[in-house]
Design a protein around this ligand. Structure first.
Ligand code: SF4
Length: 246
């Protein structure tokens, strides 16, 4: 079968194959942040910036027991919240964001998490990615969240050449149907966590290796980078020994 020359057509064709494969590999792909409702998901997603869902899931059960609603969190003592989430990165800023978001929800949205992107993005600590997670997971709206796994996988799988998350989101939403945007985001995140890890992509065991244009290359690139690092360390060592002498 001849391959279409137009890169966009090629990406679309490959996207269909990748989607079918992801559906088979990860039929249950969904958000891995523990939450009971839209508010808790919003808080958990704000807390997950630059840290793992696993780390967030360790601190949120106690946090949600003490502050289960926007009203309760809006009136929280910041020091108490900081102590409860101190095991995750940037906890001071995140405390400000989640209390600020809770206050804004109480003051401006009648205590309900808003269901529109613009309103969500007006809350402290909420950017496009967090809004997309809440829209797609809590409100089942078509939205595609681009995190670091999605950014990396989109490039490796030849679905985007961009580095900017917004441009990657645009590329992905152009080749997948709206109904599958949320699934694609979750499935790519699952794949990035389980198989195509940034430091050690397991191409040989990867269920996408026959539809991935980077199969094998990603591992080679990492090996070459590791070799270069080792060479430069060895060169620095030789230089120091020469300076110091025998
Ligand atoms: S084949 Fe390798 S680079 Fe491609 S998705 Fe799989 S693990 Fe990642």
């Amino acid at each position: 079968m001849s391959r279409p020359e137009d890169p966009r057509k090629r990406a679309k064709l490959n996207a269909g194959r990748i989607l079918k494969r992801l559906e088979r590999l990860y039929p249950e792909a969904d958000c891995e942040l523990s939450h009971g409702d839209a508010f808790q998901l919003l808080v958990a997603t704000i807390l997950s910036a630059q840290t793992t869902d696993k780390a967030v899931n360790k601190v949120t059960p106690a946090l949600f027991r003490r502050y289960p609603t926007p009203q309760r969190l809006a009136a929280a003592d910041p020091q108490d919240v900081e102590a409860m989430i101190s095991k995750i990165g940037l906890y001071r800023n995140k405390t400000k964001s989640i209390i600020g978001a809770a206050q804004a929800i109480v003051e401006r949205f009648g205590g309900q998490v808003p269901e529109h992107r613009r309103d969500l993005e007006s809350l402290p600590g909420v950017g496009r990615k967090t809004a997309n997670v809440v829209l797609s997971t809590a409100f089942r709206e078509p939205a595609l969240a681009v995190d670091t796994h999605v950014q990396r996988l989109a490039r490796l799988l030849g679905l985007s050449v961009e580095r900017d998350p917004l441009k990657i989101e645009h590329d992905l939403t152009s080749v997948f149907s709206r109904q599958r945007w949320s699934f694609v985001s979750h499935a790519l995140i699952w794949h990035g966590r389980r198989v195509c890890q940034a430091r050690a992509p397991r191409c040989a065991d990867c269920g996408l290796n026959d539809v991935c244009p980077s199969a094998g290359h990603a591992q080679k690139q990492l090996l070459n980078a590791a070799r270069k690092r080792a060479d430069s360390v060895a060169r620095r060592g030789t230089a120091v020994r020469r300076k110091v002498g025998p």
